[in-house]
Structure formats: structure tokens, C-alpha cells
Design a protein around this ligand. Structure first.
Ligand SMILES: [Zn+2]
Length: 259
């Protein structure tokens, strides 16, 4: 199966999988609240292909950026955690599909979208609506699964996902280089992310949530240095880690059948 992942920036990833196009947590804006993007966006959202599904993990401003929805046709379905409809429908016309944790929905008769747990307090500041839920999503197509973790702390049940789904690709947040005891209750630092990757069965790994906003947590140079050092000491991680810069893509070419 052909698979191409483009890290547009932060948690915005374009998944192109056997002709399907899925976009995660779109954010094309130059700032999140008072925090400026660390570098100019290297992907022009005007060049997005026709999107089949949009996955929204939670309502924090860096993940739910309503200004970015202008780049998406109003018929693109938005998959959201249960109870979050008004966060979308008050502002844009796109159809929403609310999923409870472990809820599943199939699009185009072939791609299954399953909402999976995330340990991360959602919510939206300065707004009368508050949306505390946060999800990751597992996509399954032709007996192969891809995991997008959204925002989450490390949990000791990632092995459950490994047992439930044939995960070949994991998109995981490297949300903090180190992370304090407090912050690790809501975000994974790099060691947590690597442990999560291992728990998932060491699939192909694409880290995100670094190098776009919040330099104090996601310093690009430190994140890259630490990740490359970890990979240098772990041959399996070195093989599976695809460390994309913003705007870069990883392509897994179709493997021809053996004759
Ligand atoms: Zn968040």
C-alpha cells in the first residue's frame, strides 16, 4: 500500500494513503493566541488535495484553529470527540461526526476511524463552551493500521492498542524535550514517546508537535539533537524513526509482490 505522510507543522499532518487523504488538527495560522509560529509555514494550504476526513483530537487552540478551516471545503467531515459539536458548528458548516472513546466509523466503505483514549485535559480558554475530551485516532485500511495520538501523556495501556490493531505507522507527539513531573501528566517527553513507540510494537515513527510553537517546550534544535542521539544508540529506532522537518514528507513506497 502506498503511504505518504507530510508534517505540515505542529499536529497538522497530511496522510495520503492509497488514494485517500486525511488531515489532522489543521493549523495554518502564524500564531496560537500570543505565541508566534517559530518559522514561516513551509506548506501552502491552498495546495491541499481533496480531503476525505479531518481528525480533530481536542479543542486546545493549537489543535483547533478555526481560522484554518477556510482552506477546507465545507463538505469535509470533521471527526471530533463526543460532546464537541458546538465547538465546530458555531463557526463552520462542515459536517461533524462525534465519536465516543472506542467509537468507530467507516468512510468510503474502506477506511475505519476509531477514537482511542488520550490522557490530556482538553478545554478551551476564554470561551463559554468548554470541551474537556481528547482523543487519538486509529485508522485502519486493508488490515493495516495507522495511529495518530493527538495530544497525550504516556499511558501504560499502549500495549492494548498494539493488541487491538495491526499498527504499522505511529504519529506521536514529541511535545516536550524533557518535561517535568507535572507536565508529563498531560504530554509525552521524548523518553515517553520512545517508550510509547516500543509499546506499540516499534512501528514506523513520525514525531510531531515540535518545532512550530512554544519554543520553551518544543525547542527545535534540542528536540532534534536529543532524538538523533537516542536513535544513534538504538538501531531499531534509527531504522524506524522518520524525523521530518516542517513541510517534509515521508513516503513508504508500495512493495511489489514477490514473484
Ligand atoms: Zn492540548
Amino acid at each position: 500500500m502506498s503511504l505518504k505522510i507530510t508534517l505540515i507543522g505542529h499536529a497538522t499532518l497530511l496522510i495520503e494513503w492509497n488514494g485517500l487523504h486525511i488531515l489532522t488538527d489543521p493549523n495554518f495560522s502564524s500564531r496560537v493566541l500570543f505565541f508566534k509560529r517559530l518559522e514561516a509555514l513551509r506548506y501552502d494550504p491552498a495546495h491541499l488535495p481533496k480531503i476525505d476526513a479531518l481528525l480533530l483530537s481536542h479543542a486546545h487552540y493549537d489543535h483547533l484553529d478555526l481560522f484554518s478551516y477556510k482552506y477546507l471545503p465545507s463538505d469535509v467531515p470533521v471527526f471530533i470527540p463526543e460532546g464537541m459539536s458546538k465547538a465546530i458548528t458555531h463557526f463552520v458548516k462542515n459536517p461533524v461526526v462525534e465519536l465516543a472513546t472506542w467509537g468507530r466509523h467507516t468512510i468510503l466503505d474502506k477506511l475505519e476511524i476509531c477514537a482511542v483514549p488520550a490522557q490530556h485535559p482538553g478545554g478551551r480558554l476564554f470561551c463559554r463552551w468548554r470541551y474537556p475530551r481528547c482523543h487519538g485516532y486509529v485508522l485502519t485500511l486493508d488490515n493495516e493500521s495507522l495511529y495518530f495520538a493527538g495530544d497525550t501523556a504516556y499511558r501504560n495501556d499502549f500495549t492494548d492498542l498494539k493488541n487491538l490493531f495491526p499498527i504499522k505507522t505511529a504519529l506521536l507527539p514529541a511535545a516536550q524535550v524533557y518535561g517535568s513531573f507535572y507536565s508529563r501528566k498531560r504530554h509525552m517527553n521524548i523518553d515517553d514517546m520512545i517508550q510509547c513507540w516500543s509499546d506499540l510494537g516499534s512501528p514506523d515513527l513520525i514525531p510531531y508537535h515540535w518545532g512550530s510553537f512554544f519554543k520553551i517546550f518544543n525547542d527545535p534544535e534540542k528536540t532534534e539533537k536529543v532524538l538523533r542521539k537516542k536513535a544513534a544508540g538504538d538501531p531499531l529506532l534509527a531504522e524506524k524513526l522518520h524525523l521530518l522537518q516542517n513541510g517534509e514528507s515521508w513516503i513508504r513506497h508500495q512493495i511489489p509482490n514477490a514473484v
